[in-house]
Ligand binder design. Structure first.
Ligand SMILES: [Zn+2]
Length: 392
């Protein structure tokens, strides 16, 4: 038997949130759903907002197995019937009484002790100290490069100042503002097919000049590719890990160009071999591909977030699939939770169950000894992330 109940959990990839107070069942559903299906999305498509349309979108979100599981977990936590209205009423009562104490009880029940937050969502960026002051757990901030790139593009500056400010802002975040790593969502923008030769500063200069002159011609991709290379170099300089989004995300992601394999040329390039890179969401649904990369590229790590919890009962299979190729000491539990604390909670419960079930299967199949499996659970749920982010 693999014992997970007593094990602490580090959530290696998620997004910060503040106390929103009481929420309606409709708001709760919208805030916790996987990204998509909003009023704005439909109106932009010429579909007029109506009660019927709202009911249609709500029904879709409430019929995902992920959502049903979250309601079950919360009903169990509060000791109430598992229907949405009852659970949200219990939740709002606990929040009204004392938000931080509620989160402490919720997270304490599953021993969720550390949240590594990508502060790139929501925007404008939340105040790190304010987020920390509300949450009764260890908070570790990570700095996202894309909002910085957007800010610099709005400024009337040439390449040398652009590059200097890009470098300085990231370095300041890591040395003075308490950020413990860097994150990129280039998969959402121009894709993961980044040539390592993009690292030459001349490419940045040429690309910014072309953008300023309105020439197009792939100049935005050239600029982003260069800046991703530069971010990897800054991570190596400051000895922190780089998180790169791979695989599924909200409806804007380029799911074809989000395949982790597109990163092979970049990450195996000699200059970048020493950089510790976390493939966020382990590239799900291309998670086997990412697992292979963690096997052959010594400094590449995987994060199980988003598949857990949003792919619901696939959690156990994802852990199993990933461990086929990925070394046990490279796989980190994560949730990709955002907006409300309940996502991280249900994900941690599901994650613990999935890790336990998958590892017990592997013991039964004589792939691991019981002691190996117990160690693997500790590493995946917390130890690997603590080591990667130097948290001890
Ligand atoms: Zn995320």
């Amino acid at each position: 038997m693999v014992e997970v109940e007593h094990l602490p959990v580090v959530d290696v990839h998620c997004h910060p949130f503040l106390n929103r107070g009481s929420v309606s069942a409709e708001e709760f559903t919208d805030l916790t759903a996987f990204g998509g299906g909003s009023r704005k999305y439909m109106e932009e498509g010429g579909v007029e907002w109506s009660d019927d349309l709202r009911d249609e979108l709500q029904a879709i979100k409430r019929h995902t197995l992920y959502f049903k599981r979250m309601i079950l977990d919360l009903a169990d936590f509060f000791g109430v019937e598992p229907d949405v209205e009852t659970v949200i009423a219990a939740r709002n009562a606990a929040v009204a009484e004392d938000y931080s104490r509620y989160v402490a009880r919720l997270y304490g029940s599953v021993r969720l002790e550390t949240l590594i937050f990508d502060f790139g969502i929501p925007l404008p960026m939340l105040d790190v100290d304010q987020v920390k002051s509300e949450l009764p757990v260890e908070v570790v901030p990570v700095f996202r490069i894309e909002p910085l790139i957007a800010d610099l593009l709005k400024e009337d500056i040439g390449w040398s100042e652009f590059r200097q400010r890009y470098d300085d802002t990231i370095s300041d975040a890591l040395t003075k503002r308490g950020f413990k790593g860097v994150k990129s969502i280039i998969a959402y923008r121009t894709g993961l097919d980044v040539s390592p030769l993009s690292r030459t500063p001349d490419q940045g200069l040429q690309a910014l000049d072309a953008i300023r002159r309105g020439l197009g011609g792939g100049s935005m991709k050239k600029l982003r590719d260069h800046l991703l290379c530069r971010a990897l170099e800054l991570c190596m300089d400051h000895d922190v890990p780089m998180q790169i989004h791979t695989g599924m995300g909200d409806f804007e992601v380029n799911l074809v160009l989000a395949r982790p394999a597109y990163l092979m040329d970049l990450l195996r390039f000699p200059v970048y071999r020493s950089c510790r890179v976390l493939l966020v969401h382990t590239g799900f649904p291309y998670h086997r591909e990412a697992a292979y990369m963690a096997n052959v590229l010594p400094r590449v790590y995987l994060d199980l977030s988003e598949g857990i919890p949003f792919a619901a009962h696939a959690a156990r299979q994802i852990v199993r699939d990933v461990l086929a190729m990925a070394p046990v000491n490279k796989v980190c539990y994560g949730s990709d939770g955002y907006t409300l604390p309940e996502i991280n909670y249900t994900s941690a419960r599901l994650g613990k169950e999935a890790v336990k079930a998958a590892l017990e299967d592997l013991v039964a199949e004589r792939m691991l000894t019981p002691a190996d499996a117990q160690e693997a659970a500790e590493l995946i749920l917390a130890g690997n992330s603590r080591r990667l982010y130097g948290l001890d």
